[in-house]
Design a protein. Structure first.
Length: 87
């Protein structure tokens, strides 16, 4: 979904670098795959065709943060209330 974003923080030898991969158009999504020592972040179309790919060595990845697209509030949404502990 447009607005989905993944932030990857890696160790760059004494400093950190931050990369952001974002779904740039409507209908695209961002997926994360990991295995065999590699973390792969892919922006793909509705049909599954990869548009952009970023690969990182998993040993260098310090943080992987997923930011989902914000949802538009609807008129019939109920207000959110805080949970309370019962005594």
């Amino acid at each position: 979904m447009k607005g989905d974003r993944i932030e990857v923080v890696i160790d760059a030898g004494g400093t950190t670098r931050t990369y952001e991969i974002e779904a740039t158009r409507a209908g695209r999504r961002v997926d994360v795959n990991h295995g065999r020592g590699v973390v792969e972040v892919v922006e793909s179309t509705r049909g599954g065709t990869p548009v952009r790919t970023a690969r990182f060595m998993s040993g260098r990845v310090l943080a992987l943060v997923e930011h989902p697209a914000s949802r538009v509030t609807m008129d019939d949404d109920e207000p959110v209330t805080a949970l309370r502990r019962t005594a």
